[in-house]
Design a protein around this ligand. Sequence first.
Ligand code: FE
Length: 351
Amino acid sequence: MSKTSLPALLGTCALALAAGAATAQEQVVNLYSARHYSTDEALYNDFTKATGIKINRVDADDAGILARLKAEGTASPADVILLVDAARLYKGEMEGLFKPIQSKLLNDAIPAHLRSQPAADGGIAWYGLSTRARVIVYNKAKVQKDDVDTYEELGDPKNKGKLCIRSGSHPYNLSLFGAVTEHLGEQKAQAWLQGMVDNLARPPKGGDTDQIKAVAAGECDIAVTNSYYLARMMRSNKPEDTAVVNKVGVVFPNQQSWGTHMNIAGGAVARHAKHPENAIKFLEYLASAQAQNYFANGNNEWPAAQGVTTDNPALKAMAGGKPFKSETIPISAVGANTVKVQQMLDRVGFK
Ligand code: FE
């Protein structure tokens, strides 16, 4: 964060007094962020430059932030919350940790399916601010693209012994499985989860990047990852990353049906925000074309705001240089399925 000092002209008491105490008070917004991407730093600095509002940031993961908000209660200094998963945003909303807001700017910018369902007064508890696709990668030498171009095929017996995936209970997977449950219904979704368990090359472990590497290393032939982890490797200058990327193919699943599952990173105003107006200003800034491009280029995510496009070379290359079909079910439905999905995972022994 930039260390913003009070404007020099307020240095003299006379001027400060003349301007009034409120003017002399530093404008701040207290941010709790789960965005674990160093590239966001420049974005925050630009916000401070443009508005004079200083950002105090606390970093933790999604679960840590929700727990902290709960523990702090009304005393919480948090004004604005950034989380990196739809199910977790939904959970925060359900636990009453967010303050629904009215913002025409955000309502115009962010498509309805990428934000919470409106409250009775039209208030919105959270907004998606960037999107990431949950894609399938495969060993080009061993797997035909046609055999992995749908999520359903991850659980097909033809792919027995080939699959690597991180823990089923990780939010990225809970959200994907919640979306598939929405599309297939619970019965078929559970059979699909059972199929994936039967197809595992090894017990779930590691993060998404580990799954991509495991495919390149021959430990498995098929894996599931968020698009930005693959894009990061595609843009890396390290020879070992390039070697991995050269071995794997990528699929945007379900192009012939409901479209590729898109998760979101998003933001909300904290229930007990002491600076709610600054918090709204910050969220509105994140929906601006400039900020949306930071997400696209810095962390290789797609803009959530309508009409903002990205020329990120890795994202373009990954999608084969053409547009792809994204899922359009309300992302809030994914969060609503989380408990159901966790129960199914327990029943089929998906660790
Ligand atoms: Fe991540």
